[in-house]
Design a protein around this ligand. Structure first.
Ligand code: PG9
Length: 623
C-alpha cells in the first residue's frame, strides 16, 4: 500500500504567489459598525484631487459636516479600527463623534494621499503665489463638493483644526464657501516671523528645524534630524550657527529652507503671508472662535493677534477669543493640568462639551444656546475659573502701569531711585530654556517648558532677577504686558528675554512642592537689531543706551498676597532660540564662529532710562 502521505508532497498552483498579497482595494465589512468610513478623491478647480476620509454615522439624516484639513495625514483622524465612531477617532475629534456630525478629514495638497505639490503654509494667491489655487480655494472646492455629494448632510459645514490645521481654517475664512457656517481655528499659526513657530521678534526657533525634515523630506512622514548627542544644548552649541547645523544635515536640498534662510528679516516674504493682516483685509461673516493656550509653547501669537486685528477693523461681533490654561493644541486632549498646575476638572473636555459643541450646534442646526458666547473667554489660572469678557481690550487700547526695575534688584510701581545693573552674556554659555539635558523630542518637557520653575536659572550671573516685596494685596493684570528696556551693550547686536514671573510663598499649604515656585506668567524674546524696524535691521551702537520695547503674551492673572512679582532678564534662551553672535552680521543664520563674542550688557533703571514691564493692571496698584 502507498504511504499515507503520498500526493501531499506535491506543489500545486494555489500554493504559489507571483503577484501581491495586498489586494488593490480592501473594504472593511461593516458588520456592527455604527458608522461608515469612505475615502474619496475630491477634485479641485485645477484638476488636482485631494484625499478625504469621510466618517458618516449609521442612519445619518440631515447632519452637519465637521471639516478638518491637515498636512498630518487625514487617516490619522480615525486611527483605530473600532466599530464605534467615538473610539475610532483621535482625541481631537471625539467631541464631534457622538453620531450627530459627519466628519471629513482631508490631506492638503501634496501630502499623504493627496495629489499635487506641497508648499509649506502655501501663501495665499497673490504676489507670493501666482497660481490659481491656494488653501482658500481648496477649502472652498472641498466644501462645495461635500455639500453637493453627501446626501445625508444638512448642507452646513463647520471647520476645526489646530496649529497647521488651524492655519487651514483661517485660510478658508479668507473667502469662505457659503456653506461654511462656523469655524474654530485652534492655536493657529498666523505669523511665523513675529511670534508663532519660526521666529519670535526675529529670534530663530531653531529646534523647529526637525519640523522641516519631518514635513518636507517625504510626501508622507519624514524623519527628524539625526543627533550626535542626547542633549540638544550640546548639539546646537557644537554646530555653531543654525545655518551651519542645517547645512550639515542636508537642508540645502529643501526649497523651503532656501527661501526661509534668505529672509531672516520681516520683509515682503513674511509680511504678505501674515494672516492677521489678511483676515482684517478680507473679513468674513462666519462666526469664528479664535482659540489658544495661555502657555502655548508653539503658536502663542496667532489667535489673539488675528482676533485683535478683526476687532480693530470693526468685526468683533462674529469673532470670539478663547484662551485656556493650556499648552499648544491641548484643547484636543485632556486638560486636567499643565505641568504642576492642576485644575479642578478637565478644562478642555468641559470647554468642548459646555461651550464649543453647543456653539457649533447653534450655527449648524439652529439649537438655541443656553448662554451667549461673550466676546472673550479667558481662564483665570489663579482663581481656577473662566472669566467672561464683553469688552476685552485689544492691546493698543490697554492702559498700563510701569512696574519699574529698582536698585538692589527690587521691583515696584514707584519711580526708581536710579542705577543700572550689568551682566556678561557669553554665547559659549547660553542660558538654557530647561534644565539640561534637553532632548527636544521629549514631548512632555516641550509641552510644559513655559510653566517650568525659573529657579534653575535665577542664580546664574547672566540672569538678572528683580523682585517686589511680598504683596499685601492682589495685583490683577488683564492684557498684554510690554517689556520696556533701556540697555546698552559692548557688542553690536543683542537679544533680550524678559519673563514676568509669579513667585509663590516659601510654603504652600496643601501643595508643598509649589513652595517658592517661580512660575512664568508671560515671557518672550526680542532680537535687538529690530528695535527700530522689523523689516530693516540695524547694528546696535556699542555702549549707547537704546530702548527695546516689545509686547509679551497676553494674560488674565492675579498675583496674590503672600506672592511676589519677579522680572527676569537674560540674553539667550537656548537651544530653543539660536544664539545672537552679539556682533552685527547681515544674516545671523550664517554667523561664523569668530562672530560670536562675549558682551557686557547693562540694564538701566535711572536717569538713562527707567526699564520696566508695563503692566495692564486693572486692580491692586493704589493704596
Ligand atoms: N506648530 C506647528 C506648525 C504650524 C504651522 C506651521 C508649522 C508648524 C503645528 O503644530 O502644526
Amino acid at each position: 500500500a502507498p504511504p499515507a502521505d503520498a500526493g501531499h508532497d506535491r506543489v500545486t498552483p494555489d500554493m504559489i504567489q507571483t503577484g501581491s498579497d495586498i489586494p488593490a482595494h480592501w473594504k472593511q465589512p461593516e458588520g456592527n459598525f455604527d458608522y461608515t468610513r469612505r475615502e474619496v478623491m475630491i477634485p479641485m478647480r485645477d484638476g488636482v484631487k485631494l484625499h478625504t476620509v469621510i466618517l458618516t454615522p449609521k442612519d445619518a439624516k440631515n447632519l452637519p459636516i465637521i471639516l478638518n484639513r491637515t498636512p498630518y495625514q487625514a487617516d490619522g483622524c480615525a486611527p483605530n479600527n473600532s466599530p464605534h465612531l467615538v473610539d475610532a477617532v483621535w482625541s481631537g475629534m471625539k467631541a464631534w463623534a457622538d453620531g450627530s456630525f459627519i466628519i471629513a478629514c482631508q490631506d492638503i495638497r501634496g501630502k499623504y494621499g493627496s495629489e499635487g505639490k506641497y508648499v509649506m503654509t502655501r501663501p495665499p494667491r497673490g504676489p507670493l503665489n501666482p497660481t490659481k489655487t491656494d488653501d482658500t480655494t481648496d477649502a472652498w472646492d472641498t466644501t462645495d463638493w461635500l455639500v453637493k455629494h453627501l446626501k445625508d448632510s444638512n448642507g452646513k459645514v463647520g471647520m476645526i483644526g489646530s496649529s497647521y490645521d488651524g492655519w487651514t481654517v483661517v485660510m478658508a475664512l479668507l473667502h469662505p464657501h457659503p456653506a461654511l457656517k462656523v469655524a474654530a481655528p485652534e492655536s493657529p499659526m498666523i505669523d511665523g516671523w513675529m511670534g508663532d513657530d519660526w521666529y519670535h521678534y526675529g529670534a530663530l526657533r531653531q529646534i523647529n528645524l526637525d519640523y522641516f525634515t519631518g514635513q518636507m523630506t517625504a510626501r508622507g512622514s519624514g524623519q527628524s534630524v539625526p543627533r550626535e548627542n542626547y542633549d540638544d544644548y550640546t548639539n546646537f552649541l557644537e554646530a555653531g550657527s543654525a545655518g551651519a547645523y542645517a547645512d550639515a544635515h542636508g537642508f540645502k536640498q529643501l526649497p523651503w529652507w532656501n527661501r526661509f534662510a534668505a529672509h531672516p528679516s520681516y520683509d515682503a516674504f513674511w509680511q504678505l503671508q501674515a494672516l492677521d493682516k489678511l483676515v482684517a483685509k478680507h473679513p468674513s461673516n462666519v462666526p469664528t472662535m479664535w482659540l489658544q493656550g495661555l502657555w502655548d509653547q508653539e503658536d502663542i501669537y496667532g489667535a489673539i493677534h488675528a482676533w485683535e486685528a478683526l476687532k480693530e477693523a470693526g468685526h468683533g461681533a462674529n469673532n470670539h477669543l478663547v484662551m485656556g490654561p493650556w499648552w499648544h493644541s491641548q484643547i484636543n486632549r485632556d486638560g486636567w493640568h499643565i505641568g504642576p498646575l492642576k485644575w479642578p476638572g478637565n478644562t478642555t473636555a468641559q470647554f468642548r462639551q459646555d461651550v464649543m459643541v453647543p456653539w457649533f450646534n447653534h450655527y449648524l442646526r439652529g439649537t438655541p444656546m443656553k448662554q451667549p458666547l461673550p466676546e472673550a473667554m479667558i481662564y483665570n489660572a489663579v482663581e481656577q475659573h473662566w472669566d467672561r469678557f464683553n469688552d476685552w481690550k485689544v492691546a493698543s487700547r490697554q492702559k498700563r502701569t510701569p512696574l519699574y526695575l529698582q536698585a538692589k534688584f527690587g521691583l515696584g510701581f514707584e519711580t526708581p531711585a536710579g542705577g543700572s545693573d550689568s551682566y556678561v552674556s557669553d554665547p559659549a554659555k547660553p542660558v538654557p530654556y530647561l534644565p539640561r539635558p534637553i532632548p527636544a523630542h521629549d514631548e512632555d518637557r516641550w509641552r510644559t517648558w513655559l510653566v517650568h520653575d525659573q529657579r534653575f536659572v535665577e542664580t546664574r550671573p547672566d540672569v538678572l532677577s528683580y523682585v517686589t516685596p511680598v504683596l499685601t494685596k492682589t495685583v490683577t493684570v488683564q492684557g498684554a504686558p510690554i517689556a520696556d528696556l533701556y540697555a546698552k551693550t559692548t557688542g553690536t547686536d543683542v537679544d533680550f528675554v524678559v519673563k514676568l514671573i509669579d513667585v509663590y510663598p516659601g510654603t504652600v499649604a496643601g501643595d508643598p512642592t509649589m513652595g517658592g515656585y517661580e512660575l512664568p506668567v508671560s515671557l518672550d524674546i526680542f532680537r535687538g537689531r529690530y528695535r527700530k524696524s522689523f523689516a530693516h535691521p540695524s547694528p546696535v551702537p556699542a555702549n549707547q543706551v537704546q530702548q527695546y520695547q516689545f509686547r509679551l503674551p497676553s494674560v488674565n492673572y492675579e498675583f496674590k498676597p503672600g506672592h511676589r512679582i519677579m522680572v527676569q532678564i537674560q540674553s539667550s534662551l537656548f537651544p530653543l532660540y539660536d544664539r545672537n553672535p552679539q556682533t552685527y552680521v547681515p544674516n545671523i543664520l550664517f554667523a561664523k564662529p569668530s562672530d560670536y563674542t562675549k558682551a557686557t550688557i547693562t540694564i538701566e533703571h535711572g536717569a538713562q532710562g527707567r526699564s520696566a514691564v508695563l503692566l495692564p493692571v486693572v486692580a491692586g496698584t493704589e493704596d
